[in-house]
Design a binder for this molecule. Structure first.
Ligand code: COA
Length: 171
């Protein structure tokens, strides 16, 4: 899979992405906004095993965000099960040197269109920490609606936090 947006791509992970993935993912500021399953520190072995997992998924649902020269972030879906089989959770992160350039706002818009086109999904949702204003803005710019705030729903780095629930519904 490969989608071009602006000067960037959403594309399949490749074994050549190990070094840039490790370099950009190994950042406490990124880890602080993600689930604990995202490793920190982030080793080359973590990068290798993530790429192996992403490439073995069927259907493929975890992708790299990349410049022309290297992977600079990740974006992916987790499909719901049972009565949630028509929903997908969206997750994403971007290497810190690339923040604030509108890259993730464009990536999320492209990727949600791809998701509705390629999967039997009626609802895409995301649950950023309420304090993650940049991620909330990304979702708002991509057309997501705020459905509510889930009070004290997570503990991250020892502190209890709220999550904001955003969703995009297929027309
Ligand atoms: C969240 C993240 C993906 C944003 O990516 P990005 O490419 O920098 O985002 P964009 O440049 O497209 O847009 C960011 C928007 O948030 C705004 N923003 C950035 N930091 C902000 C802050 N501290 N407070 C308020 N708004 C902020 C920007 O001004 C911009 O909005 P605007 O275009 O209306 O001015 C990136 O910061 C990141 O990877 N963070 C760590 C991991 C993470 O939080 N992942 C999401 C988990 S839900």
């Amino acid at each position: 899979m490969k989608i071009k947006f602006d000067d960037y791509f959403i594309r399949s992970w490749s074994e050549e992405d190990v070094q840039p993935l490790q370099k950009y993912a190994n950042n406490r500021k990124i880890w602080l906004n993600l689930r604990d399953i995202f490793p920190h520190p982030y080793s080359a072995e973590d990068a290798r095993s993530w790429i192996r997992i992403a490439l073995s998924e069927e259907p493929e649902r975890s992708f790299a965000i990349a410049s022309r020269s290297e992977a600079i972030g990740g974006i992916g879906l987790v499909f719901g099960e049972d009565i949630h089989s028509h929903t997908a959770e969206l997750g994403y992160w971007l290497g810190e040197p690339f923040w604030g350039k509108g890259i993730m706002s464009s990536a999320v818009s492209c990727f949600t269109a791809y998701t509705f086109e390629h999967f039997q999904v009626l609802r895409i949702f995301a649950e950023p920490f309420a304090s993650n204003l940049a991620s909330r803005r990304v979702l708002e710019r991509a057309g997501f609606s705020l459905e509510g705030v889930m009070k004290k729903s997570v503990i991250k780095d020892g502190s209890v936090q709220d999550q904001a629930l955003y969703a995009l519904i297929q027309d």
